[in-house]
Structure formats: structure tokens, C-alpha cells
Design a protein around this ligand. Structure first.
Ligand SMILES: *Cc1c(COP(=O)(O)O)cnc(C)c1O
Length: 351
């Protein structure tokens, strides 16, 4: 297949033991994983091997200072059993953008593609078609220096693991608009897919869960007056017939789903405005009936519709839309991802 990556195949695949109609996402991984170490200033020893535990030093900097970044992408299988990635160039660019912000060395482009395509090819039986099925791919990098100084690690581990996925978040979400906690602050790391961004989100999200909400809608850290993201997704609002989403700044993650939905909306004639929206504007729109839809957008759930939100004790519920933009955009995006619709922008990448 290629010379550079060393491949150690599993003796016997675990796939026969898997019930693909009944498993919980994230608890099941494919037969193989990719591993590559950064040592002495170089990415070395790229290897695909059976999925297994890794051993790291207790002093590794990821464990103490959280030097870790990741990506999330999916592979889809069409009805002719061809496997496709969706805009992998975007994930490649973004993991290196995250790397720069977290003082992690960038990963070489050719090796990224080779690792990704070789791994997915080897485990392609794990990519199922139909019913929103896909293979979730998780590239990540951790600081792995055998020392405890509070400086960037000298050694790193880049890995890719893969997990079969079905569509989740099928029910409509009830969300709480943050007025105290923040996900990201200006000048911080919110635009990077840094592991710590998630850790910092767990506690306020759990408090919201305890009050009966599914997610937190993050607002700007300074005034809590502008809407930024929905949990770990970008967020869209439909006011009358205009779709609104915030511009990507250093506090908003530049989602691949977000930018694809913006393009699809334009392609199918939906008016899109990229602008900052105030919580007050959202509440007014809910009160006067012009707020039609809210939805989150991200690789894992694709589009998650939100039908109720609360802010400072005021609760709002949205009416069901017959002509839902969320549904239309989602079916167009999934249609492109799964090779059922024409790919005008060359987003699909054949494995
Ligand atoms: C990953 C992520 C998203 C979605 O990005 P996609 O590329 O669409 O998957 C949105 N917000 C945050 C905070 C994220 O970490």
C-alpha cells in the first residue's frame, strides 16, 4: 500500500462480535489505530497497529498541563461500498491551527492524509451505510515529555482512532443560555480544538442538565450578551426567512459543518447573514413570533434542532416549522456526504 507507514495487522477482527444496530457510540473502536511520535524534533515511526492501550510516563505533560488537541471527522460508505471522507483538508488545516495555539508542533500534510486513508481503508468493513451510519474518526495529539516542567513538551504522540457511529441527538433540544459561565474568552483558546475547552464545559453543562436542559448556549465571556455556540456545536438562528450565525472569532470554533451549511443555504437560495446576534434580539424575536428555528451544527450530530431555550428565568418554546431549514440543510449535507447528491464544491474525498 505504501512504504512509509509500518502496518501491523490484527490477528482476528473483532467485527463479528459487534451488533451494529445496537451499540453505544464511543464505547466501540475499530480493529486498528495510527500512532506516530514526535521525538528529537521529528515525527517518527508512523505505525498502524491493533487498537490497544498506550503506555505513557506519569510525568507526561498532557497529564499535568493539558497540552492536547483533537479533531473529529467522519467517513461514509455509499451504496456501492465506496468510502468517502468529507472535506478532510479542513480538518488538516484546523488541527495545525490548534497545534500552533497550544505550542504543539504541526503535523505534515502528506503523512496526515496517508495515515487517515490507510487506516480507514484497513478498517473499511467498519464503515456501514444507510440510516445515518458512519465511521467517526478522531485524530489527536498529546504532549508526552518525560518531565514535569511547565514548558511545552519536547515529545508528542499523534494518534488516530475510529469509532462506528449512528446518528444521535434525534430529539429536539431544550437549552439554557449562559449568563454566568463561559466557554471561551477573547485572547484564549476557544477557536482551537483543545481538550481543555471540553473539560471546562462539563461542570456548567452538568448544572444545566440537573435543571432539565440538554445543552448550554455559550455567550461572550465579557458581557454574556452575544450568542456564540451551542454546547460543542456552532449555532444557527432562523428569524423570519433569514438564517443567522455568528462570525468565527477567536472565541468561536470554525466548524466544517457550519461553513458547509452556510454554503448549502446559499446554493439553495436561503438568505444567510453572518453577524453577531444578541440574546435580547433572540428573545424579542421569540416574543414577536419571528424566531422560527434554532439549531446546532457539528460533525457528530450534523444538525441538532433546538425547540426551547431559557435565559435568566425566562422560558421560550418554538413552534414546529413545516418548512424547516434545519431539515432541508441537513438532508442536503448528508446527501453530499453519502454520495447521494451532486458534490458541486468538491467536498467529498474518495478513500
Ligand atoms: C468541533 C466543534 C464544533 C464543530 O465543528 P465541526 O467541524 O463542524 O465538527 C463546534 N464547536 C466546537 C466548540 C467544537 O469543538
Amino acid at each position: 500500500m505504501n512504504q512509509k507507514i509500518k502496518i501491523i495487522r490484527i490477528d482476528k477482527s473483532k467485527i463479528q462480535d459487534v451488533d451494529f444496530d445496537n451499540f453505544s457510540f464511543g464505547s466501540l473502536f475499530t480493529d486498528h489505530m495510527f500512532e506516530c511520535d514526535f521525538i528529537n524534533g521529528k515525527w517518527t515511526n508512523p505505525t498502524i497497529k491493533p487498537y490497544q492501550p498506550i503506555s505513557i510516563e506519569p510525568s507526561a505533560s498532557v497529564l499535568h498541563y493539558g497540552q492536547a488537541i483533537f479533531e473529529g471527522m467522519k467517513a461514509y460508505k455509499d451504496k456501492n461500498d465506496v468510502v468517502w471522507l468529507f472535506r478532510p483538508d479542513q480538518n488538516f488545516e484546523r488541527i495545525n491551527k490548534s497545534a500552533v495555539r497550544m505550542a504543539i508542533p504541526e503535523f505534515p500534510k502528506e503523512l496526515f492524509y496517508e495515515a487517515l486513508t490507510t487506516l480507514v481503508k484497513i478498517d473499511s468493513d467498519w464503515v456501514k451505510h444507510g440510516d445515518g451510519r458512519s465511521l467517526y474518526i478522531r485524530p489527536f495529539v498529546i504532549g508526552n515529555e518525560f518531565a514535569i516542567q511547565a514548558v511545552p513538551s519536547k515529545n508528542y504522540k499523534f494518534m488516530i482512532i475510529c469509532a462506528p457511529a449512528t446518528l444521535y441527538y434525534t430529539k429536539k433540544l431544550k437549552v439554557l443560555v449562559a449568563d454566568k459561565f463561559s466557554r471561551a474568552a477573547s485572547g484564549g483558546v476557544g477557536y482551537a480544538k483543545a481538550a481543555g475547552n471540553y473539560a471546562g464545559q462539563f461542570y456548567p453543562t452538568r448544572l444545566a442538565n440537573d435543571e432539565g436542559f440538554d445543552q448550554v448556549i455559550w455567550t461572550d465571556a465579557k458581557e454574556h450578551s452575544y450568542l456564540e455556540e451551542a454546547g460543542t456545536m456552532n449555532i444557527f438562528f432562523r428569524i423570519n426567512d433569514t438564517l443567522i450565525t455568528a462570525p468565527t472569532t477567536d472565541t468561536i470554533l470554525d466548524g466544517v459543518t457550519r461553513k458547509s451549511l452556510i454554503q448549502i443555504a446559499k446554493d439553495i437560495g436561503i438568505n444567510v447573514e453572518i453577524k453577531k446576534l444578541k440574546v435580547e434580539e433572540l428573545k424579542n424575536a421569540a416574543k414577536n413570533g419571528s424566531l422560527k428555528e434554532i439549531f446546532g451544527a457539528g460533525t457528530a450530530a450534523v444538525v441538532s434542532q433546538i425547540n426551547a431555550f431559557q435565559h435568566k428565568g425566562e422560558f421560550f418554546e418554538l413552534d414546529k416549522q413545516d418548512n424547516s431549514y434545519a431539515e432541508k440543510l441537513k438532508s442536503n449535507l448528508v446527501g453530499i456526504q453519502t454520495n447521494q447528491l451532486e458534490d458541486h464544491h468538491n467536498w467529498r474525498y474518495k478513500i
